[in-house]
Write a protein that binds this ligand. Structure first.
Ligand code: SAM
Length: 292
């Protein structure tokens, strides 16, 4: 059997054969450790009933491991130079489709319909390009795809922010946005040495399991996120100050905001970072009644 794509020797041979040079601007840090790749696939619990969306297959290192266990893999790659390489490296895996597209512009709902109608569950599994980690995760969640979950490698610092609990310095609007849709857990930290070229930051694997029921029932979802963003706009400011300064017409509405905070028993002198998702939901529902 051919050596795994991810081994340092085979990766080097493939890169040399095609004269491939890494583009830092595309977040190209390829994995060269098959054990880490199989851990990612393990954490995603991929089976022969799973359809997998991969983002950024590179030269196919993770794609290969996914293809061996999944029913189907659909991988979005932005860099045209990788297409002939993937054509060769993934030739043994007929259950893989490569789509040459920026994933942020992709119609993922359509891709799911086209490719995964015979799959029982859909997972996103990827070693993400670090320059667009957050927009990619938010797109996957906001597109409301029928996903079971997302297991991705990303910067450790972003993984920490995503899975953070209230009253920690990592907790912020990203934690709330992701935890609103999913149960988030950092499952593993990963050393720089398993990539070529080595990234400047530490990495981690995060597992996001999409919730069947939302963690909180909201009257007005977009207003909830507006309240959350305003509450974290300046971390040193109190909750009341942030709401007054960063909600539209906040200054004129100060007395109403103060009154609403006291109605829901949330002290305006607290900082946004101390509020749980449930408290943000209570506050946003109450403010929604009087402000919108
Ligand atoms: N999966 C490979 C691995 O683990 O070795 C490569 C991962 S590398 C961190 C990120 C990959 O994402 C690169 O192949 C890069 O070209 C691709 N990429 C970057 N931006 C992208 C985008 N917006 N849409 C799709 N692919 C992208």
């Amino acid at each position: 059997m051919m050596k795994d794509i991810a081994t340092p020797v085979r990766t080097k041979a493939i890169l040399e054969k095609y004269g491939f040079s890494f583009k830092k601007s595309l977040g190209q840090n390829f994995l060269i450790e098959p054990n880490i790749l199989s851990r990612i696939v393990d954490h995603a619990e991929v089976t022969d009933k799973t359809g997998v969306i991969e983002i950024g297959p590179g030269i196919g290192a993770l794609t290969e491991q996914l293809a061996r266990r999944a029913k189907k893999v659909v991988a979005f790659e932005i860099d045209q130079r990788l297409l002939p390489i993937l054509n060769e490296t993934l030739a043994p895996y007929p259950n893989v489709s490569i789509i040459h597209q920026d994933v942020l512009e992709a119609d993922l709902k359509r891709a799911v319909k086209e490719h995964f109608s015979d799959c029982e569950e859909i997972m996103v599994v990827a070693n993400l390009p670090y320059y667009v980690t957050t927009p990619i995760i938010m797109k996957l969640l906001e597109d409301q795809l029928p996903l079971k979950g997302i297991v991705v490698m990303l910067q450790k610092e972003v993984a920490d922010r995503i899975s953070a609990k209230p009253s920690t310095k990592e907790y912020g609007s990203l934690s709330i946005a992701v935890q609103y849709y999913t149960d988030a857990k950092t499952v593993m930290t990963v050393p720089k040495t398993v990539f070529v070229p080595q990234p400047n930051v530490d990495s981690a694997i995060i597992r996001l399991l999409v919730r069947n029921e939302p963690i909180v029932e909201l009257e007005n979802e977009s207003f909830f996120f507006q309240i959350v963003r305003a509450s974290f706009a300046q971390r040193r400011k109190t909750l009341l100050n942030n709401l007054v300064h960063f909600l539209p017409n906040g200054k004129e509405l100060k007395p109403v905001i103060e009154e609403t905070l006291s109605q829901v028993n949330i002290d305006g002198k607290r900082r946004g970072e101390s509020l749980s998702i449930e408290e943000f939901a209570k506050l946003s529902d109450a403010l929604d009644k009087v402000l919108t």
